[in-house]
Design a binder for this molecule. Sequence first.
Ligand SMILES: NC(=O)c1ccc[n+]([C@@H]2O[C@H](COP(=O)([O-])OP(=O)(O)OC[C@H]3O[C@@H](n4cnc5c(N)ncnc54)[C@H](OP(=O)(O)O)[C@@H]3O)[C@@H](O)[C@H]2O)c1
Length: 313
Amino acid sequence: MTDTPNTTPNTTSTTTSTTTSTTAPNAGIGGEPVTVIGLGLMGRALATAFLEAGHPTTVWNRTPGKADALVSQGAVLAPSAAAALQASSLVVVCLSDTAAVRDALGPHRAELAGRTLVNLTSGTSDEAREMAAWTGDYLDGAIMAIPDVIGRPEAFLLFSGSPEAFEKHSHSLDRLGNATFFGADPGLASLYDVALLGVMWGTLNAFLHGAALLGTAKVDATAFAPFANQWVASVTGFISAYAGQIDRGSYEAEDATLETHLATMKYLVRESAAAGVDTDWPARIQTLTERAIDAGHDGTSYASMIEVFRGQA
Ligand SMILES: NC(=O)c1ccc[n+]([C@@H]2O[C@H](COP(=O)([O-])OP(=O)(O)OC[C@H]3O[C@@H](n4cnc5c(N)ncnc54)[C@H](OP(=O)(O)O)[C@@H]3O)[C@@H](O)[C@H]2O)c1
């Protein structure tokens, strides 16, 4: 499931046709035929990865001009969404949002019978479950990568939905990056997605706030970044340790108590206020920590804050 994606360009394909067709000209070169619906920034990267791995690739986009470069690399531009669905038994869709998927594919649901639909469009877990009702062979996916790294080992993708569909197509999906399957609940990949995006935004906001604070002392963000990165690496260790405490439900203060955290948080709020930097973010953390202490978690580790996030403090 995690083999290194083959990113060797499909040099055996000589097709440069810009005409529309539903029969891939590079069919049979290597890999199963795949259809990619949606050629925005991410969809084009997905189609490119399939092409480079030798998959006969059919594409469709509402605005057909976005297929030009892919067609010159050997993709076939389908004349309609319905024709694109008919072209392959593996259909990957990556549009702006679930409403766009409903718009583009809703009228053609009958064409999904007997095909696997892999929905890499971001959405909520409920939306994923709604989409899963469209076809038995449904996989919902979350892309934890930017378009530039699709097809490279550092890209990782999360899937949930039909185990049979994942089993059948995991080799093809691995072309996009390392694929992990979370089981039959189609909503789980989306839930992981938003949880991981929260980790990203939390980390980035902390960095940006810190850069604003140090900027008041004429410290460049590029000077701050190596220290921020080193500290984030240390924090990954805290995450692993606290995960065990959360799962055990016991929050021994092996490193620092919540009160110690609260005292230093107040310095962050005070420094921010004194420097004229926005205090909203550190003040919110302070408020959450105070709630945990008020709820009786004084003397425990930072992991006890999980009770606040669970709405139980
Ligand atoms: N970009 C990233 O780094 C990244 C990373 C992870 C996940 N994602 C997810 O991947 C998905 C696509 O992102 P993107 O960056 O490729 O966005 P994008 O560049 O804005 O592309 C959006 C795509 O959706 C199509 N679309 C929008 N509304 C439509 C409709 N009503 N009917 C048919 N097609 C419609 C657009 O078609 P037109 O070309 O005709 O407008 C275009 O192909 C999003 O759900 C995003 O959250 C993106």
